[in-house]
Ligand binder design. Structure first.
Ligand SMILES: *Cc1c(COP(=O)(O)O)cnc(C)c1O
Length: 832
């Protein structure tokens, strides 16, 4: 991408001597060199971190050659690059993943072990970049993996948060947040690019003027300017040479001595400015939903979007591109509305900084962007008060008004006399306090709009974005989410991966459709036995970790029933708890009753300000304490809250599950991706017809999925007719028993206040309708119990789940984006 590399290829290639040597001997030598020359240590005093850093640099050396070749190609004419804009990338540790993708994992591991080196300790040393909250950020990371694996030239653009998602501790049953200091010991995977910087303005005013050709022009005079500095991380595909770029921006103060002229000797003022500037990328908002009205959040969004667009224009011009053709060279995808201000920013850059006329600029902009919607929850649709927005971005506000004026003219043209529709579709919500509607800006300014599962896309078209769909149905399509089988099978579940490969070869890793060939072994008793052995080992591994982290002993031969995801009322972890209490009551009444032993495992973080979610965590821990310590029930039931669920932990969790809990209120979960990871690792699902559960059930077969609960339509009509939880409560003695236990203070040392807010919500105004689904859920769980007693039947179902999960590889999803939205083709990267 940088011209220098291009103009002196011989120099670049001359450097590829010893360090690019991927032979075992070469790797060993490079590793020793890094211990000494990079870490500055003699091997005898090297710490675990020194060795981890040296190994990471050794592996990174193997990436750089591929990276430079890939990036160099991006400047080529007639080549289209995907630019994935996301405020979050939840990457997980790099080291193991890169070793797998390079194909050196087994060899290096064996060599290290032969030399008496505990390589696992080095993997454990890596701090994960927790630059995301959950599903949305993890999706971005899976898509980067698939883009590289499919040999699509791509750049991920985002924010280099100094503090990512908080680390979760559990104290006295409550969540405690600890800052995530992921950069403390250094990050060997990033390369700072101090020469790649962008200036980003905030506040101030605009003024108009006439340019030399007498044309009306506008310029923005910001009140303050912040500098963005690029930090690059290589993203290697699986067994290919494509090594794409993740470019994250850090905010710094501009080095400006003009400042001195205004405030002579104001040293502290200058320091303040530095601190204010750096605040922008200081910390990730730990909220799964948009934070209302926080200026810093809006500043973060604009900051990284502006840097990224300026960077793309810079790259494009470097290679002599004609701005009118920009949309032919970059396909920019907006991961939710967080980067939607990019529509106005690209317009500003083209109009004000490049002198383009409005119609041409709008054409370029609209052909460049695609927008992925991630939510149906109305409260999660991002909007910003006009006053806040206009104060920070006066020029963008003007541009948005002009986009809106023209857009609403189009609406009036298409639907004459329908002013209600005009008000509904406006980019500005004028129903009360005025807001900028980011989803509307994204829809108006994009060539393509997509949902993330079939049900979600349908509901988007029928409800949340209905007016947009009426007007431009051709823009809409579905792109069901997927996850990468490299991280979530090969890396996480080596035992299962080896077993699968021993039967059908290893082609399934890049072509998961091949997993279908496992079906022919479903009647093979030895295979099923081996399948169970792998699951049992994975459960032992998780049991050990649970003991280490919580002190709780769990039995790996009990059923592992797992719900891990962000804690949220719509995801209904508390429905799961109600079921546990129902089982507890049954066992208390009849300790000899015939229940299949189960271990209930929960994990997930709550937004620090989310009262109910934090109370649900306390509830889980309180129930766990009583259940685990009651000899009447603890032989049959165990309850565990696994603290600090993150990407690094996922490899112990998903592969160890027998049962996957996907029990959100129908119509609330856009897709889910955890559901896919569980099923790929041989767990069966108990779930509602929500998000991608619908498609998972279609693929694996209804007979291999435990379905329960209301449909999205039933939820909707129940809501409209006035949901009365009492009607369900009155008819259900099991439910009454559960609620009585809770209200009595049985799980809270007699404290009847602790869980009252939760119980009152369930009894009187629960929008997530737990009581409506409770009966069906308990029944479905009885079916689960019956199925688990027959290990042969259960194993068959498990094998069929894995063999039919090919559709949910992120490779499939990315192929669809490439074909339907981005119009990009793979490019082979040749090393010389
Ligand atoms: C996959 C994943 C999620 C998303 O899980 P859902 O069950 O789809 O909500 C959240 N966090 C982490 C760490 C993940 O790996």
């Amino acid at each position: 991408m940088e011209k220098k590399v291009k103009s002196v290829p011989s120099l670049a290639d001359a450097h590829l001597g010893s360090r690019s040597d991927m032979s075992l001997e070469g790797l060993r030598r490079t590793f020793r060199e890094h211990v000494f020359y990079t870490q500055g240590r003699l091997p005898v005093v090297a710490t675990t971190n020194d060795l981890y850093m040296a190994l990471s640099f050794t592996v990174r050396d193997q990436l750089l050659h591929r990276w430079i070749k890939t990036v160099e190609q991006m400047g080529r004419e007639n080549l289209k690059v995907v630019s994935y804009l996301s405020a979050e990338f939840l990457l997980g540790p790099h080291l193991e993943n890169n070793m797998i993708n390079l194909g050196i994992y087994d060899e290096v591991r064996r060599t290290a072990e032969d030399a008496g080196q505990d390589i696992q300790a080095l993997f454990d040393q890596e701090e994960e970049p927790g630059l995301g909250n959950g599903g949305l950020g993890r999706l971005a990371a899976c898509y980067l993996d698939s883009l590289a694996t499919l040999e699509i030239p791509a750049i991920g653009y985002g924010i280099r948060y100094e503090f990512g998602i908080f680390d979760q501790e559990i104290r006295d049953g409550w969540q405690v947040e600890r800052t995530d200091q992921w950069l403390r010991l250094g990050n060997p995977w990033e390369i700072r690019r101090p020469e790649i910087t962008c200036d980003v303005g905030f506040g101030g005013r605009t003024e108009s003027y006439q340019d030399d050709q007498g044309r009306f022009r506008v310029r923005w005079i910001p009140h303050r300017t912040v500098k963005g500095v690029a930090y690059d991380t290589p993203i290697l595909g699986y067994r290919v040479n494509t090594c794409n770029l993740l470019r994250l921006w850090k905010a710094e103060a501009v080095e400006s001595f003009e400042f001195e002229a205004f405030n002579v000797g104001d040293y502290y003022g200058a320091v303040d400015q530095k601190i204010t500037s750096e605040n922008i990328t200081k910390v990730l908002y730990p909220n799964d939903e948009p934070v209302q009205g926080k200026a810093l959040r809006l500043e973060q969004q604009y900051f990284f979007v502006s840097c990224s667009l300026q960077d793309m224009l810079r790259i494009y011009k470097l290679f002599g591109g004609d701005l009118k053709q920009f949309a032919g060279h970059f396909a920019i995808q907006l991961n939710d509305t967080h980067p939607a201000i990019g529509v106005a920013e690209l317009m500003r850059l083209l109009l004000d900084e490049n002198g383009m006329d409005w119609d041409t600029a709008w054409d370029v902009t609209r052909n460049t962007f695609g927008y992925t919607n991630h939510t149906l929850l109305p409260e999660a649709l991002e909007k910003w008060p006009v006053a806040l927005f206009a104060g920070l971005f006066p020029r963008h506000m003007e541009i948005i008004y002009e986009i809106n004026r023209r857009f609403l003219d189009e609406v009036r043209n298409r639907f004459p006399g329908d002013e209600g529709r005009v008000a509904r579709m406006s980019l500005i919500d004028e129903s009360g306090e005025r807001y900028v509607r980011m989803a509307h800006l994204a829809c108006a300014g994009s060539r393509a709009v997509n949902g993330v599962a079939e049900l979600h896309t349908r509901l988007l078209q029928e409800d949340v974005l209905r007016d947009f769909h009426d007007m431009m149905p051709e823009k809409f399509s579905n792109k069901t989410n997927g996850v990468t089988p490299r991280r979530f099978m090969v890396l996480s579940n080596p035992g299962l991966s080896r077993l699968i490969t021993s039967k059908i070869g290893e082609a399934w890793v890049s072509r998961p459709e091949e997993l279908r060939r496992l079906e022919q072994f479903v009647d093979d008793g030895d295979f099923r036995e081996a399948w169970r052995r792998v699951k049992h080992e994975n459960k032992q591994n998780l049991a050990r970790l649970i003991h280490a982290r919580t002190g709780i002993e769990v039995d790996p031969s009990s059923m592992f029933d797992i719900q891990v995801k962000r804690i949220h009322e719509y995801k209904r972890q508390h429905l799961n708890v109600l079921h546990i209490i129902a089982l507890y009551n049954r066992l208390k009444q009849d300790p000899a009753c015939d229940l299949c032993p189960r271990t209930f495992i929960f994990g997930g973080k709550a937004a620090p300000g989310y009262f109910m979610a934090k109370r649900i965590i306390k509830l889980i821990n309180s129930v766990a304490e009583v259940v685990n310590n009651d000899p009447d029930v603890s032989r049959k039931l165990k309850v565990v809250f696994f603290p600090d669920f993150n990407v690094k932990n996922t490899k112990f969790v998903y592969p160890a599950a027998d049962l996957s809990e996907q029990i959100s209120t129908a119509g609330k979960e856009a897709s889910g991706t955890g559901n896919m990871k569980f099923s790929m690792n041989g767990a069966l699902t108990v779930g509602t017809l929500d998000g991608a559960n619908v498609e998972i059930r279609e693929e694996v077969g209804a007979e291999n999925f435990f379905l329960f609960g209301l449909t999205a339509e039933e939820v909707d009509s129940l809501q409209r007719n006035g949901y009365q939880p009492m009607e369900f409560y009155r008819d259900n003695p099991v439910l009454q028993g559960v609620i009585e236990r809770l209200t009595s203070g049985h799980f809270s040392w007699g404290d009847q206040e602790l869980f009252k807010p939760l119980i009152d919500s369930l009894l009187y105004h629960d929008t997530f309708m737990l009581f409506a689904d409770f009966g069906a859920y308990v029944n479905a769980q009885q079916q689960v119990d019956a199925a688990y007693r027959d290990p042969e039947r259960w194993t068959r179902m498990s094998i069929l789940n894995v063999s039919r999960m090919g559709k949910f590889s992120s490779d499939r999803a990315i192929r669809e984006y490439c074909r339907d939205i981005w119009n990009v083709k793979p490019v082979r990267v040749e090393l010389d």
